[in-house]
Design a protein around this ligand. Structure first.
Ligand code: DGJ
Length: 733
């Protein structure tokens, strides 16, 4: 290695707060403030993986190399001596199915290190990229695959990245679920053999499974202790996570696009770029790993990730498809009078020949239904201005219904297999546009662009997608590339979203997909927030939001107060409880305010004012999970703390209601032990304040003991409810 370069790397590695690339001879040390990835890239040898996790010093690295520590192939190719799982597999033009990849070189460019691999015989190349972010404990890895063979090469495996974990009592924490039950947490020891978590929905990857995982290396997952590796595949389509426990020194983890039924036909000279796999590590438990993801998410992934979100009212559960101009105006005035800042008109406002009165027609025809909205969208944006709120609108631009003028004109624009009938989904009517088709990309762009250009007062878009890709097929891809249809869909949508964001950088966009179907870091970069779930039941939301918080920040977590009984579960919870749960994310409302009593409105007005006080703490602060609902201790609790530790918002919600229940006292976390915090309850409904209202405690005491939480609210008998909850604000001088 050139001496100047070596000195530069040495100097950089002495700056602890900067991410550094330390290429000592053939050793590649990719590091962040608190983590290290150690590889050895000897020319013409296989790329060796030694370590990912705790930050290594130069001495550590020297010892690892001197002690001939064990290593594994950092991007194992298929074909030669590969009894284990592999990262990449290809069939060469001549039919040979083996790869023999060796290191060709290492390059550093800004925050990215690229290691080039080449086949020992064929002109087949893989570039492995490792990227860091200033001040973040995140490393992103992705690969670029190309070849110079005479014909095409078929890729049958193409992982984004690989890491190996030391064998031990390793547990994985995954999210699973279903529509209305997203983000459910499952924590299990990593079994021997291969554990696969994958998705084949095509369009809504995150109802049933998630492309993110945490590995706890020191036994049962703990919130504040133990070594934990977190990984998030940044891809919105079909994904696959493979964890191989093969009776070796290692547990192997591969993540990437789900390659099943998706062999990729790679042309000569074409580069296949995989999505990125983002990894993070902490020696202090899962809480730290979540905070790493949240900070990176806010700083680099979500659109406008550090800008406070508005309090909104969404019309969906209030009126469903029954949109009427007068009622929209009334809802705007109501949310304004409650202190909200934005009104969002949901589904049901469009369609001419096929008015959208139900979920089985009209999608694709994005013209105002003037029988519902005689003064059109302009009438609504003007009314919103008058009411003093911003205006937002729902669209589902990737989809169309069989009963739509768009479909009648262009049946050739949909996802479809030849000789097969359409496979409509929602309402037995809905189909996805084939975004592999540039004409469909233009349609989606034009829907959004026209709305935003014609009505510059639209401040917010709820972008929905309520269909799977129920049939494999594209009407534009050639016969030999039908296997690319899911990949090409996402490429098409990404290009379209890039165009939209380039022209409309400021509009706030929510990623919704039948609730939380698209909560992933591959999709979120164009979006400000995500609709966490169509389930707005406050009790079940405690669980859904808990799991989602493992990887995704509260600033993006759409969380709405809805009516009681709840429309998904039929459960009745108090307005206080519904509000306290919704306040732990991006607060909104999703009901018809005119159905509320004056007392409920007054309570909500106070709650929204209170939320505005804690909004910067919730949305920009650090999350500390305190007591998990999944541990079934009768209550769940978490808190947010500002980075300067001067303010905190503490949440506590009952998760079951029993008389004489023995409740755990929940110690707080994340505070400055030496600061003195004054505690105040917000959104209070009790007749008398908590015994410690307005009192001051050291952070040390609060973190050692917590505060007692009365099991029930002290309210008049008529107002008594089962599930109690508390939100406290803590302020230090
Ligand atoms: C599904 C979404 O998740 C709901 O919030 C709502 O927007 C409906 N679609 C509208 O059809």
């Amino acid at each position: 290695m050139d001496l100047k370069l070596a000195l530069r790397y040495a100097a950089l590695s002495a700056m602890p707060l900067l991410a550094t690339f330390c290429a000592q001879a053939e050793t590649v040390h990719i590091s962040t403030p608190g983590t290290s990835l150690l590889l050895k890239a000897d020319k013409d040898k296989e790329l060796r993986f030694y370590h990912y996790g705790e930050k290594l010093s130069d001495t550590d690295i020297k010892s690892i190399m001197a002690s001939k520590a064990s290593w594994v192939n950092a991007y194992a190719p298929y074909g030669i001596n590969t009894r284990r799982e592999t990262a990449v597999a290809a069939t060469h033009t001549d039919g040979n199915m083996t790869l023999d990849l060796v290191v060709d070189g290492v390059e550093h460019d800004g925050n990215t290190t690229t290691i080039s691999l080449k086949d020992t015989h064929y002109p087949f190349f893989v570039k492995l990229n490792y990227r860091t972010y200033p001040d973040e404990d995140i490393i992103e890895m992705w690969s670029e695959i190309s070849h110079g063979e005479k014909g095409t090469v078929t890729l049958s495996e193409y992982a984004s990245g690989y890491i190996a974990l030391p064998y031990g009592d390793v547990w994985s924490s995954n999210l699973y679920g279903e529509w209305a039950k997203e983000g459910w947490l499952e924590e299990l020891p990593v079994p021997h053999g291969v554990k696969v978590v994958k998705n084949r929905d095509g369009l809504r990857p995150n109802h049933a499974a998630h492309g993110e995982v945490m590995f706890s290396l020191d036994g049962k997952p703990q919130e504040n202790a133990g070594r934990v590796v977190g990984a998030a595949l940044c891809y919105p389509g079909n994904f696959k996570l493979r964890t191989l426990n093969d009776n070796s020194n290692w547990i192997h983890f591969f993540a990437g696009i789900n390659e099943e039924h998706a062999p990729y036909i790679l042309e000569k000279g074409e580069t296949f770029t995989t999505p990125a796999l983002a990894v993070t590590y902490s020696g202090n438990g899962m809480g730290d790993v979540s905070r790493n993801f949240h900070r990176w998410g806010r700083n680099y992934k979500l659109a406008h990730g550090n800008k406070l979100r508005d309090v909104l009212l969404n019309s969906w559960e209030g009126v469903y498809f029954d949109i009427k101009e007068d009622e929209m105006k009334q809802m705007m005035q109501d949310i304004a009078s409650l202190g909200g800042e934005l009104f969002v008109m949901d589904d049901g406002w469009f369609g001419n020949k096929y008015p959208r009165n139900n979920n089985n027609l009209g999608l694709g025809d994005w013209v105002v239904d003037t029988s519902k909205l005689p003064n059109g969208i302009k009438g609504l944006t003007d009314a919103a201005k008058k009411a003093g709120v911003k205006f937002g609108i729902w669209i589902e631009p990737e989809m169309l219904d069989e009963k739509s003028e768009l479909y009648e004109k262009h049946p050739d624009y949909i996802i479809k297999a030849q000789h097969r009938a359409n496979m409509p989904g929602r309402g037995k009517a809905q189909i996805a546009l084939d975004l592999a088709n540039p004409k469909c990309q233009d349609i989606v762009f034009t829907i959004v662009d026209t709305l935003l250009t014609k009505y510059p007062d639209i401040a917010y878009i709820k972008w929905d997608a309520n269909n799977a890709m129920p049939i494999h097929g594209s009407q534009v891809l050639p016969a030999n590339k039908q296997s690319h249809n899911n990949i090409e869909y996402w490429r098409g949508l990404s290009k379209t979203l890039d165009r939209i964001r380039e022209k409309h950088p400021d509009v706030v966009i929510q990623a919704c997909s039948s609730g939380g179907g698209r909560v992933n870091y591959g999709f979120l970069p164009w979006f400000d927030e995500y609709w966490t779930s169509d389930n707005t039941d406050a009790l079940q939301r405690v669980y859904i939001q808990w799991g989602t918080s493992y990887f995704f920040p509260a600033i993006g977590m759409g969380s709405h107060i809805s009516a009681a009984p709840n429309h998904q579960t039929g459960r009745r919870t108090s307005l206080k409880y519904r509000t306290d749960v919704a306040m732990a994310g991006r607060l909104g409302m999703e009901l018809q305010p005119k159905d509320m009593t004056d007392a409920e409105k007054e309570q909500t007005r106070r709650a929204i004012a209170d939320y505005k006080v804690i909004r910067p703490v919730v949305q920009l602060g650090d999350l500390y999970r305190l007591q998990s609902p999944f541990d079934k201790k009768g209550a769940a609790s978490l808190m947010y703390v500002t980075p300067d530790k001067k303010q905190a918002a503490f949440f506590w919600w009952k998760t079951e209601s029993m008389a004489a229940e023995q409740l755990h006292k929940v110690p707080m976390n994340g505070l400055d032990p030496d600061k003195i915090y004054t505690v105040r309850e917000i959104n209070r409904i009790d007749n008398k304040p908590l015994q410690y209202e307005g009192q001051a405690f050291t952070g040390r005491a609060l973190m050692a003991n917590g505060l007692p939480m009365p099991a029930f609210h002290s309210v008049d008998k008529a107002d008594a409810t089962d599930f109690s909850s508390r939100v406290l604000i803590l302020e230090a001088k």
